[in-house]
Design a protein around this ligand. Sequence first.
Ligand SMILES: NC(=O)c1ccc[n+]([C@@H]2O[C@H](COP(=O)([O-])OP(=O)(O)OC[C@H]3O[C@@H](n4cnc5c(N)ncnc54)[C@H](OP(=O)(O)O)[C@@H]3O)[C@@H](O)[C@H]2O)c1
Length: 326
Amino acid sequence: MKAVVCTEYGGPEKLQILDLPVPELKPGHVRLDLVARGVAFPDTLVIQGKYQIQPEVPFVPGGEVAGVVTEVADDVAGISVGDEVLAGIGHGGWTEQAVTEASRCVPVPDGMDMTDAAGYLMNHGTSYYALKVRGQLQPGETLLVTGAAGGVGLAAVQLGKLMGARVIAAASSDEKLALCKEHGADELINYSDGELKEKVKAVTGGKGADVIYDPVGGDLFDQCLRCINWNGRLLIIGFADGRIPTAPANLPLLKGCSLVGVFYGRFKTEEPEASAALTQELVDMYREGKVRPHISLKLPFTKAAEAVEIFNNRAVLGKIILTNES
Ligand SMILES: NC(=O)c1ccc[n+]([C@@H]2O[C@H](COP(=O)([O-])OP(=O)(O)OC[C@H]3O[C@@H](n4cnc5c(N)ncnc54)[C@H](OP(=O)(O)O)[C@@H]3O)[C@@H](O)[C@H]2O)c1
């Protein structure tokens, strides 16, 4: 089968298109004919050898997939050949077939096309877990989202709005902010001049935001910690900026705020029942037409390197999907 293979850690130029044998089915696993694959920031870190959970080279990248079940191990129940499923599989998705644990598969709900299925749960799962469980976001509270037009950021804008918050979207360009407005943001802040803190204070009557969702880190995180309200929760999502910030401990003390870590992947393994309940809520929201992933670009999976390049250029809007079309 044709596959995108990372034979050496590095940038997208290191990815190769190779012919690989189909993976073997193992106990507890199912085989999928893949239809669509989401591309996420962690994929871009994995190919550089910079992620928390790192496969050895050579490997097929691609952590999010949607496909049709074509084979089921004898010891697996509750999933059948012909089922359409979506799954977070860690890596192994930028190819034609994948073998993955049956427990990772979620049935694709009626009315969800496979493109949306591949692009939904990573971003919306992360953001919903962050806002609902870790951030305890309440109706009427003010939510600030940095990197708000990116994958997890735009999901946070949508979900924050659905949860009844007043959403301040912050991003580096007016084009990105226009997209956030389309997805429900109430206030828009362009921080391309490096200024975030004063602008947040200006739209919150000097108080700062109650909940801050920060997937960017670096200097923006430093400013977030200085424009957070009393009893605020600063959600640490990621470090797209590249710099992992450090926080002076006097600031949470003075502001009575909390720094809250969010690791969706670990939540899924540590708390499978709670995670399954959140997934069900997200599936219901989709089915009820309340939320849709914003798919800005579809590319054939053999062009995965182009998708990685777009991430590296800080130019992703919502979600990029890799398809089977050549
Ligand atoms: N904690 C978790 O469980 C979890 C789950 C999924 C993802 N994440 C993390 O969340 C972060 C964002 O992921 P994503 O999929 O939303 O990525 P994305 O679509 O590329 O969005 C990241 C945003 O960060 C901003 N940014 C600032 N400096 C950047 C730089 N040097 N390169 C790229 N982007 C930069 C960009 O917005 P502006 O241009 O508007 O600043 C961009 O839209 C990543 O660190 C990822 O690892 C964490």
